[in-house]
Design a protein around this ligand. Structure first.
Ligand code: A3P
Length: 301
C-alpha cells in the first residue's frame, strides 16, 4: 500500500511555506522502512484531535506517573513527533534523531495515515493509540494553530475553512485516516478512542488505556492524573503548550498572533465559530463519505 496517499501528503506539505520544499517521498520511504523497538508505542491522530492530551497521559503511564519530569521537560522532547524534524530541517540523515535519542519505552507521535507508518508495526504489533475528533472541531482548532505557527496569519477562519471544504479530496482523506484505524479497533495492538470520549469520561479512558498498556494506576495516581490532565492545568502548563515546537519554526509570521495551544477544549465548539452554510457544506461532504462506507459519525466518535 506504499504509494496510496503520498500524493496528498506531498500537496499538503508543499503548502506549508515555512517548511523546506524538498520532496516528501524519500522521507516516507525512510519511515516505512524504519526499525521499531519491541516496546515502542505510537500515538496516531490527525492534527488537533487531542493528540497532546492523550500523549501526556500515555507518557505518564509509560513512565511510572513521573509528574516531576513531565512538568520539567517539554512534551515534544519526551515524546517526539516523527515527521517534525524532516518537516523543519529537510535532512534525511538526522530525521529520526529525536526518536533515536530516546530511551525505551519510546512513545512516538505521528499524523501519517496507516499505510505510511513503519511496516514493522504489522510484524511486531506495536501498540498504537488512535484518537479521533469531530472533523469540524479539529479543523477550527487547526486554523488557530496555523495562525500561531504563521501559516494562517492575517487570514480569517471563514476563508481558511472555505478552502478546506472546497476540496472534497482532503475531507475524504481525513475521514479515511480515522476510518482505517476504526476498522482495526478490535486488534489487540490497537486502541481506538476519541476526543469526545475523553471529554465525557476521562477516568474511563484512563482506565481503558492503562489496561491496554498494562500499566495499572492506583487511586492516588488516578486522582493526580485527572488533575494534571484537566483543561485548566494543561492550559497553564508551559510544557504541554508546544512552546518548544513554536521556537523551532522559521516562518516569519510565526508567533505574531498567538493562540494558546490548549485553547478551548470544547466538543462542538465549531457551532459558534463557523457560518451555518459552511457547517452544512462540510457535513454534507462528511456524510457522503460515511454513507459510501457504511459507517456513522457516532460510531467513529
Ligand atoms: P481546541 O483548539 O479546540 O481548544 P492536538 O494536541 O491534537 O493538536 O489537539 C489540540 C486540541 O486539544 C485543542 O483543541 C486543545 O485545546 C485540546 N486539548 C488539549 N488538552 C486538552 C485538555 N486537557 N482538555 C480538553 N481539551 C484539550
Amino acid at each position: 500500500p506504499r504509494s496510496y496517499p503520498s500524493n496528498l501528503i506531498e500537496k499538503d506539505w508543499s503548502k506549508r511555506k515555512h517548511f523546506h520544499n524538498k520532496s516528501v517521498g524519500p522521507f516516507l520511504d525512510l519511515v516505512h522502512n524504519m526499525e521499531v523497538h519491541d516496546e515502542d508505542v505510537f500515538i496516531v491522530t490527525l492534527p488537533k484531535c487531542g493528540t497532546t492530551w492523550m500523549q501526556e497521559l500515555l507518557w505518564l503511564l509509560m513512565n511510572d506517573c513521573n509528574f516531576e519530569e513531565a512538568l520539567s521537560k517539554d512534551l515534544e522532547l519526551r515524546t517526539p513527533f516523527l515527521e517534525f524534524d524532516y518537516l523543519v530541517h529537510g535532512e534525511l540523515d538526522t530525521a529520526f534523531k529525536p526518536v533515536d535519542d530516546l530511551k525505551d519505552p519510546r512513545l512516538i507521535k505521528s499524523h501519517l495515515p496507516l499505510a505510511l507508518l513503519p511496516a514493522k508495526l504489522w510484524e511486531r504489533k506495536n501498540k498504537v493509540i488512535y484518537v479521533f475528533r469531530n472533523p469540524l472541531d479539529a479543523y477550527v482548532s487547526r486554523y488557530y494553530h496555523g495562525v500561531t505557527f504563521g501559516l494562517n496569519y492575517g487570514k480569517t477562519l471563514e476563508e481558511v475553512f472555505d478552502k478546506f471544504i472546497e476540496n472534497e479530496e482532503s475531507v475524504i482523506e481525513n475521514m479515511e485516516h480515522a476510518h482505517e484505524f476504526y476498522q482495526l479497533r478490535h486488534e489487540p495492538w490497537v486502541f481506538y478512542t476519541s476526543f469526545e470520549k475523553m471529554k465525557k469520561n476521562l477516568r474511563g479512558v484512563i482506565e481503558d488505556v492503562s489496561r491496554f498498556l498494562n500499566k495499572p494506576v492506583n487511586e492516588q495516581q488516578m486522582e493526580k492524573l485527572l488533575k494534571h490532565l484537566s483543561f485548566e492545568e494543561m492550559k497553564k502548563n508551559p510544557k504541554t503548550n508546544h512552546l518548544w515546537e513554536l521556537s523551532q519554526i522559521k516562518n516569519k509570521d510565526a508567533g505574531k498572533e498567538t493562540h494558546n495551544f490548549v485553547r478551548r477544549g470544547q466538543v462542538n465548539g465549531y457551532k459558534d465559530e463557523l457560518k451555518p452554510e459552511q457547517i452544512e457544506k462540510a457535513n454534507l461532504l462528511i456524510q457522503r463519505y460515511l454513507d459510501k462506507n457504511l459507517v456513522t459519525l457516532n460510531e467513529l466518535l
